[in-house]
Design a protein around this ligand. Structure first.
Ligand SMILES: [Zn+2]
Length: 341
């Protein structure tokens, strides 16, 4: 088979690789129905994270189970399944309290931009849909593997409650789905920070009530103005830079909540500022597995359509163009379909 490998900055190749096989009895092999490019894939793509050797890529996946190891009990060949970017046993103490992305046995699933994928800890990691879905539903189900689960965690970790005023920093796919999640959780006012017209439109479609194009101190001033100088109850930081984190903390009301789900790059917090900010902070790699059953139900019953964040669809063998389009911000998120074998 051919799969996606990153060789160096802006050097993505789709090349011959070995077909994954069962290695441990707890593994499953999946035929990928769809995969995609993540905003976090752009960090190594841009050379901001070093690439010491050619690295297979992709951590968002859904598809049909082809084969399971001898120890797998809950997942069966023929089922359509979704899993997180971190495989988890779903039984250890961290999993039991809902932090499967900190599972004591966690393993990164990192070769998903390929037609066939090995998923470790299949019983704990994979959740099957009630039936094989229609083609139209696949993009939304795929989004649950990371981007939608992360947007949901952003809203959950920021304690979004019915009637809340929410600000979302970052208009990438995660930020946009943070807006959708806040809406589902009953937020009354959702302020989306975005300066790109197509992203502003999608944010509004997902439930944003206000759009703020300003950033940094000006962005903070606008949020303070919109909230009568109080700040937002819940602020979702979906970028991972110093500017966005500072902006998030400064936009939150006293006693309010900041979540942070953008992988931090060079973010440093000042103890004194944090002390006097009087906010709750909660973030990290989203425990996507915790939310899968609920989010599958919402998609399955057409309550949400998070697949709308995919605004570019390509055959998997054009994956390099998918990265380029996101890098150049021509696309919010690229959906990739392997060719039928
Ligand atoms: Zn665990």
């Amino acid at each position: 088979m051919r799969g996606t490998v990153l060789y160096g900055p802006r050097d993505v190749r789709f090349e011959e690789r070995e077909i994954p096989k069962i290695i441990k009895p707890s593994d499953a092999i999946i035929r990928t129905s769809a995969t995609c490019v993540c905003g976090s894939d752009l960090w190594p793509y841009r050379g901001i994270n070093p690439i010491p050797q050619p690295t297979p890529m992709g951590h968002e996946y859904c598809g049909i189970v082809e084969e399971v190891g001898s120890a797998v009990r809950t997942v069966k060949p023929g089922q359509f399944v979704i899993g997180s970017f971190f495989a988890s046993d779903n039984t250890c103490p961290n999993c039991q309290i809902g932090y499967q992305s900190s599972c004591r046995q966690r393993e990164l699933v990192g070769t998903a931009q390929a037609p066939v994928l090995r998923v470790p800890l299949a019983d704990g990691t994979l959740v099957a849909t009630p039936d094989v879905p229609s083609d139209e539903m696949v993009p939304s189900l795929l989004s649950l593997s990371d981007v939608m689960g992360t947007g949901w965690f952003a809203a959950d970790a920021a304690n979004v409650n019915p009637g809340a005023t929410v600000a979302v920093i970052g208009d990438g796919a995660v930020g946009l789905l943070g807006v959708l999640s806040a809406k589902q959780m009953g937020a009354k006012r959702i302020i989306a920070m975005s300066r790109h017209e197509s992203r502003q439109r999608l944010a509004q479609e997902f439930g944003a009530t206000d759009i703020v194009p300003e950033r940094g101190e000006e962005g903070v001033a606008r949020i303070q103005e919109l909230t009568n100088g109080i700040g937002a109850d819940s602020v979702l930081e979906c970028v991972g830079t110093q500017e966005s984190m500072t902006q998030a903390i400064s936009s939150t009301r006293k006693g309010g909540y900041v979540s942070y789900v953008g992988v931090p790059h060079g973010v440093l917090l000042d103890g004194q500022e944090l002390f006097f900010a009087h906010v709750h902070l909660h973030g990290g790699p989203a425990p996507v597995r915790r939310y899968l059953p609920k989010l599958i139900e919402l998609v399955w019953n057409s309550k949400i359509n998070p697949g709308k964040v995919f605004d570019l669809t390509l055959p998997l063998d054009q994956v390099a163009e998918g990265y380029r389009a996101m890098d150049e911000r021509r696309a919010i998120k690229t959906l990739l379909y392997p060719k039928a074998a």
